[in-house]
Design a protein around this ligand. Sequence first.
Ligand code: HEC
Ligand SMILES: [Cu+2]
Length: 402
Amino acid sequence: MGVATSCSKISYATGLSLALAAGIAGAASGDMPGGPAVRQLNLAPPVTTIASQIYDLHFVMLGICAVIFVAVFGVMFYSVYAHRKSKGHKAATFHESTAVEIAWTVVPMVIVIVMAALATKTVLAMKDTSNADLTIKATGHQWKWAYDYVKGEGEGISFYSSLATPTDQIEGRVEKGIHYMLEVDNEVVVPVGKKVRILTTAQDVIHAWMIPAFGVKQDAIPGFIRDTWFKADKIGVYRGQCAELCGKEHGFMPIVVNVKSEADYTKWVEEQKKLMAAKMDDPNKQWTKAELVARGEKVYAAACVACHQANGKGAPPAFPPLDGSKLVQGPRDNQVALLINGRQGTAMASFRSLSDVELAAVVAYTRNSWGNKSDDVPMPADIKAAKAWDAAKLGQLAAKQQ
Ligand code: HEC
Ligand SMILES: [Cu+2]
């Protein structure tokens, strides 16, 4: 098998150099910076030590396979040709050659041991996530990534990172951009030359966090935390994808890492902190219903319109209307509970990660928009109590199951 694979790789490589020599494969204008190149056959140009080690190992292994290939087939074709029947050769009749048997056991074993020894150093280094300068948690969601800066400069920053390619490009109505399908709204920003530890986990199904130029690919498994690391040697933007088939939009959750100089990274952290502070709601503020409704319109536009539509009519039967919904017009606690917990097995996910103010606001908004009208709106404190009650209940359930 190994021999057959290396054979096809050799012929690709030969084909590539022929094509390059003839000047056919030179459509460099379409190469994506930090992503794949047009007619790319080789691995991504490495940007970390681990990635260059993987790159070198790849060619050493390929070389070993090529030598074996030439040696084995050389002997075989020579034997077939030199001892052909028309020359009157008679088949040898010997049985059981201890020397040959030892040779064909020992030689492959030595080859495999040499290969393993070469690879082991790199594999061990890949797994050594100790002494990181910065730790970032990457959580896979169907179908986006969430990032939390857990430790190091920038601690406390967290955001979602979703595909930024416009639908018009995806559906072919306009020309596709150079970063087609490998661009996001919020990039992961890291400093150059620093060891970055990535913790991977997932919210729903198994995803995988991969940046080829870093030589990094790590599964993100619900209920588990796995980790990997990289230390980028070069400033630039590097692109990868979810590398575990995770559902119908598996191809729609790219990963973009923006490696900045240390000074630029510090600047970015400060900007993020300011943005976060500006977004934070004053915890002591007394909200009026009108203020909550106004605030809720923004939350609704950001988090709910995709399914329930701006006019509250939804898209039945998949997405129910909220305008005139019995649940929205009924007791407010039911609606709060639905938003906090989501509804299992449907597209209505849990919105527990929204702040107390945001949840109170969006409930107030949906209860007082379109044809809906209700003075019974929750205050942020009610949401806080509902979340706490829920957490306590979940805790009791977990304790019972043990
Ligand atoms: C990804 C699509 C999606 C998003 C985004 C979404 N919902 Fe839903 N929502 C659903 C689906 C699907 C249901 C129906 C669930 C079921 O079958 O029980 C639903 C049900 C509801 C219901 C119950 C309606 C009824 O009459 O039973 C309410 C209330 C609701 N959503 C509010 C919201 C709010 C508020 C937001 C924004 C914070 C939101 N939803 C975001 C898909 C979505
Ligand atoms: Cu995925």
